[in-house]
Design a protein around this ligand. Sequence first.
Ligand code: IMP
Length: 200
Amino acid sequence: MGCIVIATANAHKVEEFRALMGKQDVDVKSLLDYPHMPPIEENGSSFRENASIKALAACNYCDVPAFADDSGLEVAALDGAPGIYSARYAPTAPERIAKLLKALEGKTDRRARFVCVIAIAVNGEVVDTFEGEVRGRIADAPRGEGGFGYDPVFIPDGYDCTFAELSAEEKNRISHRAVAFRKAMEFVEDQMSMLDNDFL
Ligand code: IMP
């Protein structure tokens, strides 16, 4: 069985990736399995750069193929903020949501999109990157208990409920991460058995 490391220590993301990986015959590890790995400095200026930095660092440290995602929320009325700073917009998820709703107070344009870029690194090189997005709008107040991060205030286009009100299965079907992930898996299946240990 092949092995791949998902370059994140975010348990929610690990669960989403594991669910997306489905029945693939691959041992999915994450940085939670490598607690001594030094923190990765995300100093890129785009989702793509940050995903590549993380994938490469994990691939080099763990010595197995690595997937990394960098993702965030872009809000039209805030000129794309918080964008690549989504995780650092405020210290905790409830504070990030409160700051976002305050910044949007009185604004009628509530359009937003979640973006995810997945980078794949094999043998010390980033082999490709894949982007997914889901468009939607920011709710007036948080709703729902599921998901993580900005999920309680993000209403995807075509829905009346927030990401946090959707089942995990439904979110995993339409999310930015799912779209990027499907593209990445197509590449993996098309190009090579890079998850197969024989390849390494
Ligand atoms: P990253 O771990 O550097 O990719 O940070 C992404 C940040 O964007 C997360 O900490 C969340 O705040 C936000 N984010 C990304 N994807 C999602 C999602 O699916 N739901 C809610 N928030 C998300």
